[in-house]
Design a protein. Structure first.
Length: 604
C-alpha cells in the first residue's frame, strides 16, 4: 500500500538541463558576490603557493648540480651555503603564506556555504508561508521538509568543498600548463594531451549522473513523507497494530533509496580508474621526453625535476573531478528542487493598491453575494447569498459536503471565488490587503492545532502583546480556566506536540481562548464545540453572549444547540442555501432544520 498524496510531477523537480540550475543558483546567490570573489581570490593564491614546492625542489637540485652557476646564484648569492639559506627562507615564507591563505579560503567558503544555506532555507520557508492553501493540500509536508532540510544541506556540501576544489584545479591547469609551454612546448603538448579527454570524461559522467541524483532526491522525499505520515498517525498505527507493516513499508522506501545510491556510486566510482589511464600517458610523456632531453644536455637537471613533480601536481588533482562532479550533481539536483519551489506562485495575493482594513467593533457587515466556487471542476457553491449584519450572529448548518466550511475559507481568502463577491461593509474582500483582512477575522476551526509550548503561549499565539490578565480572561470565557488552575504549572504547562498532552475538548477550548484574545471584530466558529463535552459546551454557550458582543459572529455547526440563538440561521444543501430564518421560523418550516432538531433532541 502506498499513499499517492503529495506526489509532485517529476518535471517539477527534474528541470536540470532546461533550467540551467548553476546559472539560476548564481543569480540567486548574487548577494554573496563580494564574499565569493574574496574566497575565489584566496583559493587561487593558495594554489599558487601550493604549486611552489616543485619549483623550490628544482632550485635545490640546480644549486647542487650547477653550484655557482645556478639560478639562485644569478640573484647575487654566489656561495652554495648562502644559496641554500636563501632558498630555505623562501621555503618558510611560501609555506607560511600557503597556510595563511588556506585558512582564509576555508573560512570564506565555509561562511559562504553557511550564509547561502541559511538564506535559502529562510527564503524557502518564508515563500512557503505565503503560498496558497491549495499548495499544502496538494503536496505533502514530508516533501516540503525534504526540500528545506536535506536539499539545502546538499548545496552546503558543494559550496563547502566542491567550489573551492574546482577553482584550484583550474588554477593548477593554467599555471602548470603555462610553465610547460614556457619550458618545452613539445613536452607541454604531450603532457596536456590527456586533459581534454579527462574533461570530456568529467562532462560525460556529469550527464549520466544528473538523472540518477535527481532520482535519489525523490527517494529521500519518499522517506521523509513516510516518516511524517507515520509519526502524525502514530495513534492509528498502534490502534490497528500495524507497526510491523509500517516498518516494512519504511524498509522498502529505504531499500529503494539505497538501490538508487548504489547505481550512482557504481557509475561515479568508474571515473577515477578511467582517468588514471590518461594521467599515465601524461606522466610517461614527461618522464621519457624530458629524460631524453636532459641526457642530451638540452634540458637542465633542475628543470627536469620541476617538470616531473609538476606533472603529478597537474594531472593527479584532475582525478578529484570525480568527487567534484559527484558533489556538483547532488547539489544541482537539490538546487533545482529548491529554486523550483521558490518559483511557485501564489494565486491569492493583495491587489496593487490594496486597502488596509481596520474594522471597528460593532461594524463588519459580511455579505456573500451570488457566490460560486468549484474545487478542480467540482462545483461546491452555487449562487449563495448570505448576509451577516454588523454586530449580529448568524448560524450556518447543513450536511457534510454542503459547502459550509468552504464559505469560511473564501471569506479568509484561502481561495479566491470564481463568480460573485464577498463584501465587508460594502467593500469586496479582494480590494483589501490580505494580511489586514485576516487580522480582522478570528477563526476557531474544528481541526484544532496547538503548537509545542505552554498553554499561555498557545492562547496568546498571534497576539504576542497580550497581558496575563487578558489571557486568563479569555480562558475563563472559553471555560478552560478551572482546568488550568488544577495543573501544577498552571498556564506554564507544556501542551506537547500538537497539544497531545490535552484532551480534544481542552484543545478546542484553548483554541477558542486564542480567538478571544485576538479580539477580532469578525469571529468564525467552525464546529468550535464539536470536540467538547456537553458540560463544557453549556459553559461556552453561556459565554457566547459576551463573546458576540459588538462582534459579527458566524457559527458553523452540526449541533443545532450551538446556533439556535443566532439572529439568522442558514441551511446549506448541495452548495445552495436551502432555507433561512430564526430558530423558531425554521422549526415551523418543517424542512431539514426541523427534522434535524427533532433527531438531535430525541423527538419523534
Amino acid at each position: 500500500m502506498r499513499f499517492a498524496r503529495g506526489r509532485l510531477p517529476k518535471e517539477f523537480f527534474m528541470k536540470t538541463q532546461k533550467n540551467k540550475p548553476l546559472l539560476r543558483f548564481l543569480r540567486y546567490s548574487s548577494r554573496q558576490k563580494r564574499q565569493i570573489y574574496l574566497a575565489s581570490f584566496f583559493s587561487v593564491i593558495n594554489k599558487i603557493f601550493d604549486i611552489a614546492p616543485p619549483f623550490l625542489i628544482g632550485a635545490a637540485v640546480d644549486i647542487v648540480v650547477k653550484k655557482q652557476n645556478s639560478m639562485i646564484a644569478q640573484l647575487g648569492f654566489i656561495a652554495q651555503e648562502t644559496q641554500l639559506i636563501f632558498l630555505a627562507v623562501v621555503t618558510v615564507v611560501v609555506w607560511a603564506l600557503e597556510s595563511i591563505t588556506e585558512y582564509a579560503e576555508k573560512i570564506y567558503w565555509r561562511n559562504i556555504a553557511q550564509n547561502v544555506q541559511h538564506s535559502m532555507r529562510i527564503d524557502a520557508w518564508r515563500h512557503i508561508q505565503n503560498l496558497d492553501m491549495s499548495f499544502f493540500e496538494k503536496y505533502s509536508s514530508g516533501r516540503i521538509m525534504s526540500i528545506i532540510n536535506d536539499d539545502v544541506n546538499q548545496l552546503e556540501r558543494f559550496l563547502d568543498v566542491g567550489a573551492n576544489s574546482l577553482i584550484q584545479i583550474a588554477t593548477t591547469v593554467v599555471i602548470v600548463g603555462g610553465t610547460y609551454f614556457y619550458i618545452s612546448p613539445k613536452i607541454a603538448f604531450f603532457t596536456m594531451l590527456p586533459t581534454p579527454f579527462i574533461l570530456i570524461g568529467a562532462f560525460y559522467f556529469q550527464n549520466k549522473l544528473a538523472p540518477r541524483y535527481a532520482d535519489i532526491r525523490e527517494k529521500v522525499t519518499g522517506i521523509n513523507e513516510r516518516l511524517t505520515n507515520s509519526l502524525g498517525g502514530i495513534t492509528t498505527i498502534k490502534s490497528y497494530t500495524t507497526e510491523n507493516w509500517e516498518v516494512e513499508q519504511f524498509r522498502n522506501d529505504s531499500e529503494s533509496y539505497q538501490e538508487s545510491n548504489k547505481q550512482a556510486i557504481r557509475f561515479s566510482s568508474a571515473f577515477v580508474p578511467v582517468i588514471r589511464i590518461f594521467i599515465l600517458i601524461g606522466f610517461t610523456s614527461v618522464m621519457l621526453l624530458g629524460g631524453w632531453q636532459t641526457i642530451k644536455g638540452t634540458m637542465e637537471v633542475g628543470v627536469y625535476s620541476v617538470l616531473i613533480f609538476l606533472t603529478q601536481r597537474l594531472l593527479w588533482p584532475l582525478t578529484g573531478l570525480a568527487q567534484i562532479v559527484d558533489l556538483y550533481e547532488r547539489a544541482m539536483a537539490s538546487t533545482t528542487r529548491i529554486l523550483n519551489l521558490l518559483d511557485e506562485k501564489s494565486q491569492v495575493t493583495s491587489p496593487p493598491n490594496a486597502r488596509v482594513i481596520d474594522i471597528s467593533h460593532g461594524d463588519g457587515k459580511v455579505e456573500f453575494r451570488n457566490l460560486n466556487f468549484a474545487y478542480e471542476d467540482k462545483k461546491v457553491l452555487d449562487n449563495v447569498n448570505i448576509c451577516a449584519e454588523a454586530g449580529q450572529s448568524i448560524g450556518i448548518i447543513g450536511p457534510k459536503g454542503s459547502g459550509k466550511t468552504t464559505l469560511m475559507k473564501l471569506l479568509l481568502r484561502f481561495y479566491d471565488f470564481s463568480e460573485g463577491d464577498i463584501q465587508i461593509d460594502g467593500v469586496s474582500i479582494k480590494d483589501f490587503d490580505l494580511q489586514s483582512l485576516r487580522r480582522n477575522i478570528g477563526l476557531v476551526s474544528q481541526d484544532v492545532f496547538l503548537f509545542q509550548g505552554t498553554i499561555k503561549d498557545n492562547i496568546a499565539y498571534g497576539t504576542p502583546n497580550a497581558t496575563m490578565q487578558e489571557i486568563k480572561k479569555a480562558a475563563e470565557i472559553a471555560g478552560i480556566d478551572s482546568f488550568i488552575d488544577t495543573l501544577t504549572q498552571g498556564y506554564d504547562t507544556i501542551v506537547g506536540e500538537r497539544g497531545q498532552k490535552l484532551s480534544g475538548g481542552q484543545r478546542q477550548c484553548i483554541s477558542i481562548a486564542r480567538a478571544i484574545v485576538k479580539n477580532p471584530p469578525i469571529l468564525i466558529l467552525d464546529e468550535a464545540t464539536s470536540a467538547v463535552d456537553n458540560e463544557t459546551e453549556a459553559i461556552i454557550q453561556k459565554s457566547l453572549e459576551e463573546i458576540s458582543r459588538n462582534r459579527t459572529m458566524i457559527m458553523i455547526a452540526h449541533r443545532l444547540s450551538t446556533v439556535r440563538n443566532a439572529n439568522c440561521i442558514f441551511v446549506m444543501d448541495n452548495g445552495k442555501v436551502a432555507e433561512s430564518g430564526t430558530h423558531e421560523e425554521l422549526l415551523n418550516n418543517k424542512q431539514f432544520y426541523s427534522r434535524a432538531w427533532r433527531v438531535q433532541t430525541g423527538e419523534r
